[in-house]
Design a protein around this ligand. Structure first.
Ligand code: ZN
Ligand code: ZN
Length: 302
């Protein structure tokens, strides 16, 4: 039993909550505290790694035991129109929950994305959420994602092209995260940027200065870019859009994931989000590490 094996070796019990609409991801039971990661409200605490909707922060707005970075709470507030009643922290800050020390780290995935390093007496457990930066702290157990967890995913960000093609262009971007990253790159390089309403609202909440009209560059959602005229690009690492693309990803590619895993020095790696391929799993095993996915864990009705 993988969950019990992890309990024996690392001092906490990882499990999946049973129940149709729970949107479970993963739960971790330590001696005195339980944490539900990117999941619906549960007994104990909910850790929200970032504001993307597939990590379910939007369902934790009323949860007083939800924990998210200040920026994550701000984005969630804009997209849900609700107050975030949980606990917020500044990324880089430490906190104590029950008897556990928790350190937080910027994962560079989107504005506000945070990793949590839970230090218990038996082990250090790092939960990365979605991650762009392979430089992570050392840990014993690494709980991470595999969005691009397959060898065909090799990409390099084309930041210079984003700047070069900017003038009089419309860029199609994902409104949460990617839009803010692109806006910041452009503004830093001296361009004025305007955006559609959804993107503007989030940028405004994060104090990213956009202009209302006559901008050098226009940002819009990918859905809406089909209604725009002139020079158009989609800013993404995905290949399935039928428009010219400029590569800029919010995730590590395959070799980046492997580099991060190696750097972590973890003895045990657990993929909790995204789809790890057979070859990723085998490569990590070949590094001498134990590897698990959510399928390997116990399912409990709590
Ligand atoms: Zn994400
Ligand atoms: Zn994700």
């Amino acid at each position: 039993m993988s969950s019990l094996r992890i309990l024996e070796n690392f001092g906490f019990f990882p499990y999946i909550r049973k129940g149709k609409r729970l949107k479970p991801h993963i739960s971790l039971k330590f001696r005195n505290a339980t944490f539900h990661i990117d999941s619906l409200k549960g007994e104990g605490y909910n850790l929200i790694t970032h504001a993307h909707s597939d990590h379910y922060g939007q369902y934790n707005m009323e949860n007083r035991n939800a924990i998210a970075s200040i920026e994550t709470a701000k984005i969630l507030k804009v997209v849900t129109n609700k107050r975030f009643n949980g606990f917020t922290f500044k990324i880089g800050e430490k906190m104590i929950i029950e008897d556990l020390k928790i350190k937080t780290y910027d994962t560079k995935h989107i504005v506000g994305s945070s990793a949590f390093l839970i230090c218990n007496s038996d082990s250090k457990v790092l939960i990365t959420g979605d991650i762009k930066d392979w430089k992570i702290p050392k840990c014993d157990v690494l709980i991470t994602e595999a969005t691009y967890g397959s060898p065909e995913y090799v990409f390099e960000d084309e930041v210079e092209r984003i700047v070069k093609e900017a003038l009089n262009s419309t860029y199609g971007v994902y409104p949460v995260g990617k839009a803010q990253r692109v806006a910041e790159i452009l503004i830093k390089n001296g361009y004025s940027v305007c955006a559609n309403q959804k993107i503007s609202k989030i940028c405004r909440a994060l104090k990213i200065p956009l202009v209302n009209e006559n901008a050098d560059v226009n940002l819009t959602t990918i859905k809406n870019i089909w209604n725009c005229k002139g020079k158009r690009f989609v800013i993404t690492a995905q290949r399935f859009y039928r428009l010219p693309r400029i590569v800029l990803s919010d995730h590590l590619d395959y070799s980046g994931l492997l580099k991060m895993i190696e750097k972590s020095k973890a003895g045990c790696v657990l993929f909790y989000h995204g789809k790890p391929s057979e070859s990723l799993i085998n490569e990590v095993k070949n590094m001498g590490k134990e590897v698990y996915t959510l399928k390997d864990l116990e399912r409990l009705a709590i």
